[in-house]
Design a protein. Structure first.
Length: 279
């Protein structure tokens, strides 16, 4: 009986030691979890978001300014529009990423940092674009650039957009080039709904995919990339008076989308809806 007990303890100890050894070998210190999902940062101040990612251990943080504010009454100066990890604005917050992954934080501000104050004279004062030292402890890994909010891109005024809308292969590098050059720009085109389903675990929220051109049938896809919105409500898709009673695959429309992300596997542009008019 004692021999059996000793043998059992020996085997149990070996299993525990082996398990501990394995966990040490597979636990990569360079892989860390993001502080929260991208959607949870929407409208937060970008300085606070930078601090959260730095505290989590991320070292490659980039800021981009959307100089689109006029009064700052509805959207506050410095409020976050989107956050992405290596270009993915729908990243999984439970997944681990390399601490060197590119964290891109896009936020709203005034053009040339001209901020309209709330004084009686409503004077306009210039502010510097550099983050204050008290906002974050270490900004050595944070870079900043500016996105100009100018004209809307169409196939009529932009040859590169016209080109990618005519490409038949998902693997064409032109898609990647366009995404990098025109990220957070607004595009406008005629297209159709090719995919419409409920968002996982949501009853009244949906994932929708669009392509350029008029709908043909379920087995035929038009040239060009796919444009996707996720976790949107029916109101986002049907607030225009031209909306039909039921949103479904096959509806043709005129779309105005802001590009907020890109997935090279499948040439999928993640977008935000600015305007939809059904045809």
């Amino acid at each position: 009986m004692k021999k059996i007990s000793k043998l059992f303890l020996f085997i149990l100890s070996a299993v525990i030691l082996f398990g501990c050894g394995n966990s040490k070998n597979t636990d990569n210190p360079d892989l860390i979890k993001p502080p929260a999902s991208a959607s949870s940062f929407h409208k937060e101040n970008y300085k606070d978001v930078v601090t959260k990612f730095e505290k989590s251990g991320f070292t490659n943080i980039e800021l981009q300014k959307l100089e689109d504010l006029i009064t700052g009454w509805i959207t506050k100066d410095g409020s976050v529009e989107s956050v992405s990890i290596d270009g993915d604005s729908n990243y999984d917050s439970s997944k681990k990423y390399s601490k060197n992954s590119k964290i891109l934080i896009v936020y709203h501000t005034f053009k040339n940092r001209e901020k309209k104050t709330n004084t009686s004279s409503e004077t306009i004062q210039n502010e510097t674009t550099i983050m204050s030292s008290e906002a974050t402890q270490d900004t050595s890994n944070v870079t900043e650039s500016t996105i100009e909010s100018n004209e809307v891109i169409t196939i009529q005024n932009n040859a590169e957009f016209a080109e990618i809308m005519s490409l038949k292969s998902d693997n064409n590098p032109k898609f990647d080039e366009f995404a990098k050059k025109y990220m957070y720009k607004t595009i406008e085109f005629d297209g159709n709904i090719i995919f419409f389903k409920k968002h996982p675990n949501r009853k009244t929220r949906f994932d929708v995919m669009f392509m350029g051109g008029d709908y043909i049938d379920s087995d035929t896809f038009n040239p060009g990339p796919t444009f996707r919105v996720q976790d949107v409500g029916i109101y986002d898709l049907s607030k225009d008076s031209s909306a039909p009673e039921y949103i479904k695959v096959g509806l043709n429309g005129h779309y105005k989308f802001k590009i907020v992300g890109y997935r090279s596997d499948g040439a999928i542009f993640e977008v935000q809806i600015e305007e939809i008019k059904y045809r």
